[in-house]
Design a protein around this ligand. Structure first.
Ligand SMILES: Nc1ncnc2c1ncn2[C@@H]1O[C@H](COP(=O)(O)OP(=O)(O)OP(=O)(O)O)[C@@H](O)[C@H]1O
Ligand SMILES: [Mg+2]
Length: 410
């Protein structure tokens, strides 16, 4: 009798606790509904809800996912008129989102990238987390069915090739702007090589991958893209990607890939910016056709000034020594022995100090071994007719041990 009474009491106790818990939950829900959104925002110190979203996304570096229809609409159904160009990874289109943001959409060619959705998203997340003022910002991506698209901020002044390869008569870059570009690219590369959490070798530093914003600040494009392709392997690669004329000899011949290959390409790029010409131009006289070789010869004859774009020489504040010091830094980057090339942080240091580098660049092997008669054997195709040479046709190094990497002309 006594025990049945106590069990009733215990049951009543638990029932009471459950009831109280239920009432508290109901009250909490009602309370949250009663507090207006504005009050919550005030408590969180934000003026409106978009600020909360922005705060969260900037902290988490969240990837924006776009659905295919949104990008199709933004680019007017990938209209040819909106096409900005096409490279080794696929075409790029300009687009405008509903909120007015102008974007550049890169449609990756799925044939080459055999990645599944999750690997694609993992790589996009990696690139999204790499942020620097001299790297083009990846806004988001789209992965639907077989479609893989990357959405970048649109760069108003497009790519550097359009400005330095002569075609554009309306814009002449001043020395200050050129120096700003040379320094900015060096800083972007320094970040990729030395400061970002995942060490990245770009593998395709060239004028068309340097994009310019409204103030001609440079941003490196296409970094990390090699990661989307199965050919991307560790340090010693059996395949070579790159653009003819920019490829470091040890990478082209032996497939040895390190940051120093980017530094070589950077040296070529700097000479292009200073001389306002392509690294290879078969319309010029034979001694001028290959820019790095021409620069070395001029340096040996103490005539480096002949390399400098005539338009710069007529500038009011033209300082010969400043321009020549930068040429000299480029020559250090072009040395055949990768270990002799300076690291990007050293390049930045030399550029900022504006002094003549104390190291003397070593004469590259090609000048010692090449005679004028075999000069055409190195580059078999006539490149002067092509408007754009791009990477990503990959070549088996073992099969082409003594030639430059093949390129895919678009
Ligand atoms: N974010 C961007 N803003 C403006 N224009 C862009 C942007 N990204 C690319 N472009 C333009 O699209 C063109 C094609 O770019 P893409 O990167 O596909 O080819 P590429 O640079 O010539 O070769 P690669 O495949 O080696 O990078 C570029 O030359 C550039 O003018
Ligand atoms: Mg590119």
């Amino acid at each position: 009798m006594h025990s049945s009474k106590s069990s009733v009491l215990i049951s009543l106790f638990f029932l009471g606790v459950a009831l109280c818990f239920f009432i508290v939950v109901i009250l909490l829900i009602l309370l949250l509904r009663l507090i207006k959104t504005e009050t919550l925002l005030k408590i969180m110190h934000y003026k409106d809800s978009t600020q909360v979203v922005n705060h969260l996304s900037s902290n988490l570096h969240a990837i924006s996912h776009f659905d295919f229809q949104t990008l199709k609409k933004a680019t007017k159904d990938f209209n040819q008129k909106n096409k900005l160009g096409s490279g080794g990874f696929g075409p790029v289109y300009q687009g405008v989102l509903d909120d007015g943001r102008v974007i550049a959409v890169k449609q990756l060619s799925v044939g080459k990238s055999k990645q599944g959705e999750s690997e694609f998203l993992a790589e996009v997340k990696m690139i999204t987390n790499i942020q620097h003022k001299n790297l083009v910002r990846l806004i988001g991506c789209c992965s639907e069915g077989s479609q893989r698209l990357l959405v970048y901020e649109y760069m108003e002044n497009k790519s550097l090739d359009t400005l330095i390869y002569g075609g554009n008569e309306t814009v002449t870059l001043s020395w200050n702007t050129r120096f700003q570009i040379i320094l900015g690219v060096a800083r972007g590369l320094q970040y990729l090589h030395e400061d970002s959490h995942s060490r990245i070798i770009h593998r395709d530093i060239k004028a068309s991958n340097i994009l310019l914003d409204g103030k001609f600040q440079p941003k490196i494009g296409d970094f990390g893209l090699a990661k989307f392709f199965p050919e991307d392997q560790a340090y010693l690669s059996t395949k070579v990607a790159g653009t003819r004329g920019y490829t470091a000899p040890e990478y082209a011949i032996r497939g040895e890939l390190s940051e120093k290959a980017d530094i070589y390409s950077y040296g070529v790029l700097v000479l292009e910016i200073i001389s306002c010409r392509k690294n290879t131009d078969h319309e010029l006289s034979s001694e001028q056709q290959y820019l790095p070789e021409y620069a070395w010869r001029l340096n040996k004859q103490s005539k480096l000034i002949d390399l400098v774009d005539e338009k710069l020489k007529t500038e009011e504040n033209f300082t010969e020594t400043e321009v020549l010091n930068v040429c000299y830094i480029a020559l250090l980057c072009l040395q055949s022995e990768p270990n002799l090339r300076p690291a990007m942080s050293e390049v930045v240091g030399m550029l900022v100090s504006k002094n003549k580098p104390t190291n003397i660049p070593e004469t590259p092997a090609f000048l010692n071994h090449r005679s004028p008669t075999n000069s055409n054997a190195v580059v078999s195709k006539d490149l002067s007719s092509s408007t754009s040479l791009s990477i990503s046709v990959l070549q088996d190094v073992s099969a082409n041990a003594h030639s430059q990497p093949e390129n895919h002309e678009t």
